[in-house]
Design a binder for this molecule. Structure first.
Ligand code: AMP
Length: 496
């Protein structure tokens, strides 16, 4: 099947062609004709399947063909999505796909000034992409008229519920006209998701491209059983030995993300943390540096990582297993996107075994355990003590990656947290953390470990190191990605 078989306008076909897509993905082939026909759609697809184009392309077409086109400043299509990053990325995609159409888009999300968004909405847009909180704020302030929305998209619905947006969704639904088309996308289907779908979808076309709750087939999954206090050393070793250029690392807490980014930095690996406590500017910058390979390891909490769209992201590491097994599926969905293959590695400490069992139960198969290689103990700040994850596991609500962060970061002990000096051996001979069944390092390994113990990053010696991911010499004012440019209040392909 080709895109021209789907009944899309020539302007959209041209834009898609320029994106380099040769054929529609299964979710696109399944949803585009149904959406063009005006049907409601319930789509089971995770990020990476091409789901954004699956709804953006037909919506742009329907907006163009709509007789009322251009008559009113109020949006005619609304996409509700859980995170700012995802909102900015959808807006970016809409800009790209709609470049040959005369439509206007806007994107609104929290964490940035509301006034430019109010001005933007006053000028008018056809398609509005929003996160729930800011959308409701704007509506309450009388800056937003949703009475003309004829197409409503609930994107990443499962994530929305995990993040506690159910009440916000209900409030948004009340603001929409009764007569409208509804599209709902969700990576996983729970009872709550079904109930939500029943509430607002009318006779939906069901499209499911991955079997329910299954992980992307192309992702190679493996795990290392390793004590908690050894994880950072093993991770640094995997990055160095594998010469990984781009790895997304998941931690359970914001503190944990900050701490690990600093630990990896001190091992000479360019790192940045991304989580909800970071300013929008810091998040955008970290993402841009990661995309441009200036940052090797992006350490993220669950929510912050949602919707990060990086083509062919080769490595995802679960530094800590998620409390909710479905989150494992979301996490590893960051790799092997749209036809690329990828690898997901989990570092599992003994106290995480119950979480692992839950994940394997969901996957309906075990994840292959890999023998832990010998790895050098680098000079990295120590882990603080933390409570067992089982306790957090019981708390299944929220899923905001910010639970159980007891203890917080411990102050580096003397001599720790220092950036390794070039040429100075980082390898301490005590076999700290090397599990018993680890083979003794071979000579070759020893040498390569030693070689890689030198800082890999571009930070010149003596350069200051401040917040994780900052201050390592790279020019932060370099060119920004399209996604970043779209990260502001407005991403119109024709500025309103
Ligand atoms: P999404 O699932 O919407 O986040 O899309 C994942 C990635 O797939 C994005 O980088 C898209 O640009 C890309 N993509 C979307 N549709 C196609 C297609 N038909 N062929 C190749 N890549 C695509």
């Amino acid at each position: 099947m080709s895109f021209s078989d789907l009944g899309l306008l020539p302007e959209l076909l041209r834009a898609v062609q320029e994106k380099g897509y040769s054929a529609p993905t299964p979710i696109q082939a399944g949803t585009i004709p149904a959406i063009l026909a005006g049907r409601d759609v319930l789509a089971g697809a995770q990020t990476g399947t091409g789901k954004t184009a699956a709804f953006v392309l037909p919506i742009l077409q329907r907006l163009t063909q709509d007789a009322a086109h251009g008559a009113h400043p109020a949006p005619r299509a609304l996409v509700l999505t859980p995170t700012r990053e995802l909102a900015a990325q959808i807006a970016d995609n809409a800009t790209g796909y709609g470049r040959y159409l005369k439509l206007r888009s806007a994107v609104v999300f929290g964490g940035v000034g509301i006034n430019p968004q109010i001005d933007q909405l006053r000028r008018g847009c056809d398609l509005l992409i929003a996160t729930p909180g800011r959308l409701l704020d704007l509506s309450e302030q009388g800056a937003l008229n949703l009475s003309r929305v004829s197409c409503f998209v609930l994107d990443e619905a499962d994530r929305m519920l995990d993040m506690g947006f159910i009440h916000a969704i209900r409030r948004v639904l009340k603001l929409l006209p009764a007569q409208r088309q509804n599209l709902m996308f969700s990576a996983t289907y729970s009872e709550d998701i079904r109930a939500l779908a029943q509430r607002f979808l009318h006779d939906p076309v069901n499209v499911e491209v991955t079997s329910r709750n299954s992980t992307a087939e192309r992702v190679t999954q493996s795990l290392y059983r390793v004590p908690k206090e050894s994880k950072r050393h093993l991770l640094a070793h995997l990055i160095n030995e594998g010469n990984w250029q781009q790895v997304l690392v998941f931690t359970r807490t914001k503190h944990g993300a900050n701490r690990l980014a600093k630990q990896l930095e001190s091992a000479g690996i360019n790192s940045a943390a991304i989580h909800g406590n970071k300013s929008q500017a810091a998040r955008v910058r970290a993402l841009a540096d990661f995309k441009s390979l200036r940052v090797t390891a992006l350490v993220a909490t669950e929510v912050a990582a949602r919707g990060i769209d990086i083509k062919e992201l080769p490595h995802v590491v679960n530094y800590e297993l998620p409390n909710v097994p479905e989150d494992y599926v979301h996490r590893i969905g960051r790799t092997a996107r749209a036809g690329a293959s990828g690898a997901a590695v989990s570092l599992v400490s003994p106290d995480e075994e119950p979480l692992l069992r839950d994940i394997e139960r969901l996957l309906k198969r075990p994840i292959e355990a890999t023998a832990v290689p010998a790895f050098p103990i680098l000079n990295m700040p120590a882990e603080p003590d933390r409570g067992p994850p089982r306790e957090m596991h019981r708390d299944r609500g929220g899923g905001n990656g910010n639970r159980g962060g007891r203890g917080g970061p411990r102050r580096p002990q003397q001599g720790q947290g220092q950036r390794p000096q070039q040429g100075q051996g980082q390898r301490q001979e005590r076999a700290l953390g090397s599990p018993a069944r680890t083979a003794a390092p071979q000579d070759g390994q020893r040498h390569s470990a030693h070689r890689h113990a030198e800082p890999r990053g571009s930070r010149p010696a003596g350069a200051p190191r401040g917040e994780a991911g900052r201050g390592f010499g790279g020019d932060r004012r370099g060119p920004r990605t399209q996604s970043e440019r779209g990260g502001g209040a407005n991403s119109g392909w024709r500025r309103a």
